[in-house]
Ligand binder design. Structure first.
Ligand code: GRF
Length: 192
């Protein structure tokens, strides 16, 4: 596929609902967007985000993750075919190998629903509430071989209220996620 001048060809990897995918698509359609979403990949056939990509006429592919090597080999081929310059993980529930990251050799971003380095992994909201934290938030970071551990590009906090449950906190943080993912992309690419 041919590259539009100035815009980075972007692939979004998902596993489920795809609300961050939606926010990225919305951003990609703005006048000043620095990205063009050329590919959506899911390891989950039933991901809601795939339906959304379909409806939005975005090239989308389900790749079965029966083993990491075969998944990543197929993914790399697709990324190459579509001239992808940037990968955004958006609720993608698999860990990419070091070998994949080195072979792709271009930026990979992830969004995580906590103030990293706090609460890597799952169940971040309940953990923050159980620990009586005053704040939670969301983080966009570069992906490296270790889970939720790469360089932080952007982070935004939200106050945890006494009345918050895991669910209500998740809602608040998700709103922030939708705002900061596009901003983090701008920040990353502006420094290019
Ligand atoms: C988000 O909270 C994201 O931070 C985490 O998984 C969730 C995915 O939600 N990695 P969605 O699929 O983007 O709606």
């Amino acid at each position: 596929m041919e590259k539009l001048s100035g815009k980075k060809n972007t692939a979004v990897l998902i596993s489920g609902r795809g609300s961050n995918l939606r926010s990225l698509v919305k951003y990609s359609k703005t006048k000043k967007s620095l990205i063009r979403i050329v590919l959506v990949v899911s390891n989950n056939f039933s991901a809601k985000g795939l339906d959304y990509a379909n409806k939005s006429n975005i090239n989308n592919v389900f790749i079965k993750h029966s083993n990491k090597k075969s998944f990543e080999d197929r993914l790399l081929k697709l990324l190459k075919k579509n001239n992808v310059d940037l990968i955004c993980l958006a609720g993608f529930m698999k860990i990419l190998s070091g070998s994949f990251i080195r072979k792709f050799n271009k930026p990979i971003l992830n969004i995580h629903p906590s103030l990293l380095p706090k609460y890597k992994g799952l169940n971040t909201h309940n953990r923050a509430i159980q620990n009586k934290d005053n704040y939670s938030g969301a983080t966009v970071h570069i992906v490296n071989e270790k889970l939720d551990s790469g360089k932080i590009i952007l982070q935004k906090k939200v106050k945890i209220l006494k009345s918050d449950s895991g669910k209500s906190l998740e809602k608040k943080v998700l709103k922030i996620e939708h705002k900061i993912y596009p901003r983090a992309i701008i920040k990353l690419l502006a420094s290019d």
